[in-house]
Design a protein around this ligand. Structure first.
Ligand code: PMP
Length: 397
């Protein structure tokens, strides 16, 4: 065929015109240069991976190759589901293993929940600012994402009720513990108020909790899914990424029966099932090793890194900046004074070989361009100090 006879390919799906994923990708590309101390990514510290125990767990899984290398059920490895249910039970939340669907990371759980719940044109309410990949997921599903106002403790129940009355949403997406990007935690009274609103107005809650076990101060709070008012309308997402290793790609969702079954059907068309061998290895790890002890060790190291960053920030950010003190997770949320633009500071910071993420891309509503997210988990205190010294130079440039 003559090339001049060819017709251009049909256009990409319309849904891609609704997404602009480039802003944050471009910023992260800037920060990936060798030598840059990056407080930008939300990466667990690789030196804390329990690598030896995971190697042995994979060896144990591969010791049963006829099972672990074969196709398996969509629902997930029964031993792994039992182990996840037991971990919830140990924290006072009674879950039946049959109410769990194992997913390829909690990111897939999010996408399955969106497919299960959202029709074209539906409204998904999101925290403002909130987790960027969730916004994308809901937009892909054809939904309109509507921001709900927050303060230092997360979503404001009064603002939520006002938005619910106006928008009649299908779902509310929440990261109640040590939220990405702000590190904020939703207090118990707000959890109860939100559950009551879901019951009164009939919307679903998608509760995403990848960071809950990384608590350094205070007492753990029950999930919104455990509130009796919301139990029949909450999809709770969990993950091994932050407490074991993200490369495993292991997460799960807990949902009432009809939603669980819809998510399983959606998963069949996405990937049939999550990696059999990764699931078997995780199940082996959870029976042979003490994940709680491992997580306790991570907590100690991360708390020290958080404190190192908190101690260094007064000298690193311009006078008049403010920031929070998260009780757990991976992120500190800061705000520059006099409405200075964090993207301008980032460009200067990258010149000094240090990086963070500006807050603006995390907003579904009007962005606050003075905000920024700093991740404190990736470096030991001495390198955090060095990174903050470079940031101080950038801020005074
Ligand atoms: N939800 C939130 C709030 C996250 O921050 C992340 C990872 N950064 C995920 C979900 C996805 O995690 P994973 O798929 O690795 O479980």
């Amino acid at each position: 065929m003559n090339v001049s006879d060819s017709t251009p390919p049909a256009p990409l799906a319309e849904r891609f015109s609704r997404i602009d994923g480039s802003a944050l990708r471009e910023i992260l590309a800037l920060t990936a240069r060798p030598g840059v101390i990056s407080f930008a990514g939300g990466l667990p510290a690789p030196e804390l991976f329990d690598a030896g125990a995971l190697q042995e767990s994979f060896a144990a899984a591969l010791g049963r190759p006829h099972q672990s290398l074969q196709y398996s059920t969509t629902d997930g490895d029964p031993d792994l589901r039992e182990a996840i249910a037991a971990r919830y039970a140990a924290r006072g939340f009674r879950v039946d293993a049959g109410e769990l669907l194992v997913t390829s990371g909690s990111q897939q759980a999010l996408s399955l929940a969106a497919t299960a719940l959202l029709d074209e044109g539906d409204v998904a309410l999101v925290e403002d600012p909130g987790y960027l990949a969730a916004l994308q997921c809901f937009t892909f599903a054809g939904a309109r994402t509507v921001p709900v106002a927050t303060d230092d403790d997360g979503i404001l129940p009064d603002a939520l009720e006002e938005t619910v009355r106006r928008e009649r949403p299908k779902l509310l997406y929440l990261v109640p513990n040590f939220q990405n990007p702000t590190g904020r935690t939703l207090p118990a009274d707000r959890r109860r108020a939100i559950a009551a609103l879901a019951a009164r107005y009939g919307f679903w809650i998608v509760e995403d909790d990848p960071y809950g076990e990384l608590r350094y101060d205070g007492t753990p709070l029950p999930p919104v899914a455990a509130e009796p008012a919301a139990a029949d309308r909450t999809i709770l997402l969990g993950s091994l990424s932050k407490i074991m290793a993200p490369g495993l790609r292991l997460g799960w969702l807990h949902a009432p029966e009809a939603a669980l079954s819809a998510c399983a059907t959606a998963k069949q068309s996405a990937d049939l099932h999550t990696s059999t061998v990764a699931q078997a290895a995780a199940a082996a790890y959870l029976t042979r090793y003490d994940l709680d002890a491992h997580v306790a060790k991570m907590r100690g190291v991360y708390a020290e890194r958080r404190d190192a960053m908190l101690a260094g920030l007064p000298a690193a950010l311009p006078v008049g900046s403010t920031w929070n003190r998260p009780d757990g997770g991976m992120f500190i949320w800061a705000r520059l004074p006099e409405d200075r633009d964090a993207t301008t500071l980032l460009r200067r910071a990258v010149d000094q070989d240090v990086a963070f993420v500006p807050g603006a891309p995390f907003y579904a509503g009007e962005p606050d361009r003075a905000t920024l997210r700093l991740s404190f988990t990736s470096y030991p205190p001495a390198e955090i100090d060095e990174g903050l010294a470079r940031l101080a130079k950038a801020a005074s440039a």
